[in-house]
Write a protein that binds this ligand. Structure first.
Ligand SMILES: C[S@@+](CC[C@H](N)C(=O)[O-])C[C@H]1O[C@@H](n2cnc3c(N)ncnc32)[C@H](O)[C@@H]1O
Length: 284
């Protein structure tokens, strides 16, 4: 956790307890989500109060118990202090995102990725966001680029409800179209051959859905922003490993492509990385 938080806790926790604290926590709107090591569970309230003291706008603190999981990518939260609600409004680069943290995925840590992709969007583009959540990437793109249409799919009905609300709040409803359902089914039925750019921010399943992204781009080709998790031991390069895996799949699909950019988005565990590739496909 941040230096100032450690200072605040210095006379409330023992030095060996201070050393166990996790380095980071999330502030989403006026809610903080912390993770507390097993050995410090009983000190959760003290830690949460210090978070509230450090961040004056925080109204409640929740403890994440267990990883983000399941198809809907949800995290189990336990209330620690403050107001007992998980709905909040988060502000990011001129956009507002209303979200219920218990019922939808949201991560402020992807903020840079959203900006990075938004900067690449050209006027008039049609975009398919296959895993749109409450609409963060799509709304950011609509607000800060001249994209023509951003089809935004999510399978979680609650996320789609918030996405619809966020589209209104951000005044982008002419260009962001929320669609509820499985991305594969929706692309196959309604979005073949329509896109200049496809976003795949679901690292757990993007590989499985890559042929759908190709289908959405159609014959003229375009960009795919592909996310994945990769293990890389000593001497191995996670980005290169993902590039090879994706290359094999695209070659099998008979797609001409190049991958001019890839990077590690974040570490997700010992020797595990979240990776993004920007893949350009060409006319068949
Ligand atoms: C990691 S979250 C990313 C959400 C959003 N792009 C963001 O950055 O906040 C992945 C999203 O994919 C959705 N999802 C999972 N399986 C899906 C599927 N088969 N079709 C469409 N959406 C799906 C989940 O509900 C979740 O909201």
């Amino acid at each position: 956790m941040g230096g100032s938080l450690k200072l605040l806790l210095a006379n409330r926790l023992k030095p060996e307890e201070l050393r166990l604290l996790y380095k980071s926590y999330d502030i989403i709107g006026d809610i903080a989500v912390i993770r507390v090591p097993e050995a410090l569970q009983e000190q959760s309230e003290i830690i949460a109060e210090a978070v509230m003291q450090t961040h004056k706008r925080v109204r409640s603190v929740w403890r994440q118990v267990g990883p983000v999981s399941g198809d809907l990518r949800l995290r189990e939260l336990e209330w620690v202090v403050g107001e007992r609600r998980t709905e909040t409004v988060h502000r990011e680069h001129g956009c507002v995102f209303k979200v219920d943290l218990r019922k939808c995925y949201f991560s402020p840590r992807l903020s840079y990725e959203r900006v990075r992709i938004t900067r690449q969007v050209q006027p008039g583009e049609v975009i398919v966001n296959m895993f749109a959540g409450v609409g963060c990437y799509s709304i950011m793109i609509a607000k800060h680029s001249e994209a023509r249409k951003i089809f935004s799919i999510d399978i979680n009905p609650v996320a789609v409800k918030y996405m619809r609300e966020n589209v209104e709040l951000n005044k982008v409803k002419e260009r962001v179209l929320p669609l509820e359902g499985d991305a594969k089914r929706i692309v196959e039925e309604r979005l073949r051959n329509v896109a200049n750019r496809v976003l795949m921010p679901l690292p757990e399943r993007a590989y499985e859905y890559l042929d759908c992204a190709v289908l959405a781009l159609g014959l003229t080709g375009g960009w795919v922003h592909y996310y994945d998790f990769e293990h890389a031991g000593k001497g191995e390069k996670p980005v290169e490993k993902v590039k090879m895996k994706v290359a094999e799949k695209l070659e099998n699909l008979g797609v001409k492509f190049e991958t001019p950019f890839g990077r590690v988005v974040r570490h997700t565990g010992p020797n595990w990385y979240q990776v993004v590739l920007d893949v350009k496909t060409f006319q068949a």
